[in-house]
Design a protein around this ligand. Structure first.
Ligand SMILES: *[C@@H]1O[C@H](CO)[C@@H](O)[C@H](O)[C@H]1NC(C)=O
Ligand SMILES: *[C@@H]1O[C@H](CO)[C@@H](O)[C@H](O)[C@H]1NC(C)=O
Ligand SMILES: *[C@@H]1O[C@H](CO)[C@@H](O)[C@H](O)[C@H]1NC(C)=O
Ligand SMILES: *[C@@H]1O[C@H](CO)[C@@H](O)[C@H](O)[C@H]1NC(C)=O
Ligand SMILES: *[C@@H]1O[C@H](CO)[C@@H](O)[C@H](O)[C@H]1NC(C)=O
Ligand SMILES: *[C@@H]1O[C@H](CO)[C@@H](O)[C@H](O)[C@H]1NC(C)=O
Ligand SMILES: *[C@@H]1O[C@H](CO)[C@@H](O)[C@H](O)[C@H]1NC(C)=O
Length: 409
């Protein structure tokens, strides 16, 4: 929730005040060609530190998977070798800044688990594992990136203090093209689990992101200023947004994602061309949400969104466009908006709503939402003794095959 009004990138440790954007939450399956992983056994055998650009097993370099010894230097030493193997075991580390450019493709084969130390002094920036300027990068395997958030969540003051200290994000990838994140689990991040900034051609597949529903600011996947991101067959259950699409995002494809618990969000610049298909949301606060802040500073747009085939299971606000978003009155209430919301299609959205207000389209009178379409939307109230309704303001578009209580367009 709190993170809805402040987003970080590796560039700015400082909090950025929001403006506009789009958010979503989402469930389920698909297959795309992965970056080829080395088999762990084959990769480990015969690798020696003296062989550059070969598979390097951090245990062979001396790392101990005992959950206690510091493995940071061994991972930094192995970095830039074509394949880095984290073998089974629990490797405790501090900040890992993994910088390119690299002369070859890089694969991190995660068979074991990485544990982020609870000692916050070990993080110079607000990131734990940060990969920068690396093209053709993959991290895959069945290991866990465990942020050990329970050790520090009590130090998160972001619900009380606007200028709070931001805890480290778990896996941050910046300024990189052709990135694959596949098979791994991201567990209990201190802040966001996976944060992408200024990336192109990213595939996130069969990833599992898990943190308790009440953990603070543990967003699943956040990205901004990025193009061509595909998220498929991924399960996200966290304390904050499952997926939040930040400013400057284009060509976003989400298919087969299961989300819940969780929420939805974003910031400045345009968000465009988003397709979300075949997803399931369970018990989330918001379902499919596009929101912009009432006092956003610049002229922005959120356009060309298609949500097709989404099942809601007891979601509080399944469909919501809010051009006048202003949580806890942190913004000035002008009643106007600078964010144009156009060409948004909700199709085949079925299931149940935890509140009667299944459809909320709350747009500003100075800039009505245009081209909003509801097709085959069937949302029933999950409770008893009421029915679902639509609450709509300043919105134009059309509906088909929608019960008349929800067909406000
Ligand atoms: C939709 O998701 C289900 C469940 O994960 C999967 O079995 C199915 O293949 C997906 N369909 C498409 C068209 O992606
Ligand atoms: C590969 O690993 C070796 C041994 O740790 C290291 O000296 C070298 O710098 C690494 N990188 C490359 C590109 O070889
Ligand atoms: C990304 O992958 C494509 C297709 O494999 C390749 O043509 C392109 O050169 C890659 N981009 C970079 C920056 O390496
Ligand atoms: C988008 O990224 C995928 C990898 O996820 C790549 O295969 C595809 O070629 C990219 N598409 C474009 C138009 O660059
Ligand atoms: C995701 O990971 C958590 C923690 O390891 C595990 O409890 C859960 O079963 C996993 N979920 C899926 C769908 O793999
Ligand atoms: C739906 O969610 C609400 C809270 O959001 C909860 O009180 C209620 O028990 C849930 N209903 C079902 C049927 O799970
Ligand atoms: C049904 O829900 C609407 C909208 O939340 C509310 O105003 C109304 O009081 C509810 N009706 C009953 C009978 O609970």
């Amino acid at each position: 929730m709190v993170s809805s009004w402040r987003r970080t990138s590796s560039l700015s440790a400082a909090a950025t005040v929001v403006a506009a954007a789009a958010a979503l939450l989402v469930s389920v399956a698909f297959a795309v060609p992965p970056a080829t992983p080395a088999t762990p056994a084959a990769a480990a055998v015969g690798a020696t530190p003296s062989v550059p650009a070969g598979p390097l097993d951090i245990a062979q370099l001396g790392a101990k998977g005992d959950g206690k010894s510091d493995s940071t230097p061994f991972i930094l030493q192995a970095w830039k070798n074509a394949t880095i193997v984290i073998p089974p075991g629990n490797y405790l580390t501090g900040a890992l800044l993994l910088e390119g450019p690299c002369t070859s493709d890089i694969i991190i084969r995660l068979d074991g688990n990485l544990l982020g130390t609870g000692d916050l002094n070990a993080y110079k920036t607000n990131n734990w594992i940060e990969v920068q300027h690396v093209n053709n990068f993959a991290i895959n395997g069945h290991g866990i990136i465990d942020g050990q958030g329970p050790l520090v969540w009590s130090q998160n003051q972001c619900n009380k203090n606007y200028n709070c200290k931001i805890l480290p994000n778990s896996l941050v990838i910046d300024f990189s093209t052709n990135v694959t994140v596949r098979g791994i689990t991201l567990l209990n991040s201190k802040f966001f689990h996976l944060n992408l900034f200024n990336c192109k051609n990213v595939l996130i597949e069969k990833v599992n992101i898990t943190a308790p529903g009440n953990s603070p600011n543990t967003d699943g996947i956040h990205f901004g200023d990025s193009t061509n991101i595909t998220i498929s067959s991924t399960t996200i259950a966290t304390g904050d947004d499952c997926i939040s699409v930040g400013p400057g995002s284009k060509m976003i494809r989400v298919n087969g994602v299961r989300c819940g618990p969780g929420h939805g969000i974003s910031d400045e610049k345009d968000v465009e061309d988003i397709i979300i298909t075949n997803c399931t949301l369970k018990g989330t606060t918001n379902g499919l949400r596009i929101k912009s802040y009432e006092d956003s500073k610049s002229q922005l747009k959120a356009t060309k969104f298609l949500y097709d085939g989404v099942t809601m299971d007891n979601v509080s606000y399944p469909i919501i466009i809010d051009q006048k978003y202003c949580p806890n009155n942190i913004c000035s209430r002008s009643g106007t908006s600078k964010v144009a919301v156009t060409d948004i299609v909700f199709k085949n959205i079925v299931g149940t709503s935890a509140t009667p207000e299944a459809v909320t389209l709350n747009c500003a009178n100075n800039l009505p939402c245009q081209g909003v379409q509801l097709h085959n939307v069937d949302l029933k109230y999950a409770g008893i003794g009421n029915t679902t309704i639509a609450v709509c303001k300043n919105v134009a578009g059309k509906t088909s095959n929608v019960a008349k209580e929800l067909a406000c367009l």
